[in-house]
Design a protein around this ligand. Structure first.
Ligand code: AFP
Length: 335
């Protein structure tokens, strides 16, 4: 079968949806997908290229940086920095915003990304991924600045992620549905495999690191207990699934429904996951797919980051399980 709907053809075919589009957003999505192809190759060959080790450096999160984290970061900074569309970049691997070759005035957009999500799973052949979100500058008449990253998720113009697993996938949204592509290594092209992905209204999977059970609030513990107890005599028992790579756990939740949660806990009172380049992009995708993404009391997309490496709680998935969570943990059955 001739793969007619490649990513670049599909993106360009959607330009009609944005009458005043200049094609810039399309170009930068294609630039990101090129970065993802290069990283996919790096992840697949890291074992015999000696890239499973550490750099000996500590990043701004106090974590040892892995060689693959650093390599993937450099690929994206090089590619996106030279695309002339981005005024500034933010990477999980760098403490501060990254200036680009594009003159500050020229770049209309800013982008935040996690080059390799789930890097603790590198070397164990467990899926990892890349996550990104793009904002337009708050004021196009001035150079890009740090403040352009301090926008609510509702201002995102495009977001997406890739999973480097049995296949390399590319899932994105520009605000008109969520579309999924699979890399065909034979032709080096992302081919459309799912158009307009919708999460099921209700699922049968809950995903959480139960190793943290005794760090959770009583209410969160009660919610997870309720899900497990609901199995008794139920036609649709819940299964527990947890990979430990956010992209992989999120991707499964998006397709099969249910709930993924990384709540705040005694050890991480502000949460573990990063708001700008993990939770906001995935919340944008989840809402576009008909699901829900909250930090507990509020929608993730209503939060405005104060800093580029802010952390937050992340609870996302199907309407049914999210309203159950909100009722049990926050006594709010509003959903
Ligand atoms: P990084 O590897 O990019 O730092 O991300 C790892 C992660 O933030 C996310 O991918 C997982 O969901 C989460 O950490 C796993 O955390 P635990 O090991 O505490 O479960």
């Amino acid at each position: 079968m001739i793969p007619t709907q490649t990513l670049s053809r599909f993106i360009h075919s959607k330009r009609g949806l944005y009458p005043d589009s200049t094609g810039e957003l399309s170009d930068l999505l294609v630039s990101i997908s090129l970065g993802v192809k290069l990283i996919s190759q790096m992840v697949a060959t890291a074992g015999f290229k000696g890239l499973h080790g550490y750099t000996g450096k500590i990043n701004s999160h106090g974590e040892e940086t892995r060689l693959l984290d650093q390599e993937a970061d450099e690929v994206l900074v090089e590619l996106l920095g030279s695309s002339r569309h981005f005024g500034l970049l933010v990477s999980e691997e760098r403490d501060t915003v990254i200036t680009t070759q594009a003159s500050h005035d020229e770049g209309k957009y800013v982008i935040a990304f996690d080059p390799i999500d789930g890097s603790s799973n590198i070397g164990s052949n467990i899926p990892t991924g890349t996550i990104f979100c793009i904002f337009k500058k708050k004021d196009l008449s001035r150079p890009a600045c740090h403040d352009d990253f301090c926008q609510a998720g509702s201002q995102i113009v495009a977001a997406g992620y890739s999973v480097y697993g049995a296949k390399t996938s590319f899932v994105y949204s520009t605000g008109s549905g969520v579309h999924g592509f699979t890399l065909d290594p034979a032709i080096g092209e992302f081919v459309l495999t799912e158009e307009d992905i919708k999460i099921p209204k209700r699922g049968a999977i809950y995903s959480v690191n139960e190793g943290n059970t005794y760090l959770w609030s009583h209410e969160v513990r009660q919610f997870v207990e309720e899900i497990k107890r609901s199995n008794q005599g139920s036609k649709m028992p819940y299964s527990g699934r947890y990979v430990g790579s956010l992209v992989a756990d999120f991707d499964r939740t998006l397709r099969k429904g249910g709930i993924f949660l990384y709540p705040v806990d005694e050890k991480r009172p502000k949460g573990r996951l990063r708001l700008l380049y993990e939770c906001m992009p995935l919340a944008f995708i989840m809402e576009q797919a008909g699901g829900v993404a909250i930090d507990g009391p509020q929608e993730i997309l209503s939060i405005t980051p104060g800093g580029i490496h802010d952390r937050c709680a992340f609870i996302a998935g199907s309407e049914y399980e999210l309203s159950w969570y909100r009722r049990t943990v926050h006594g709010d059955g509003s959903l």
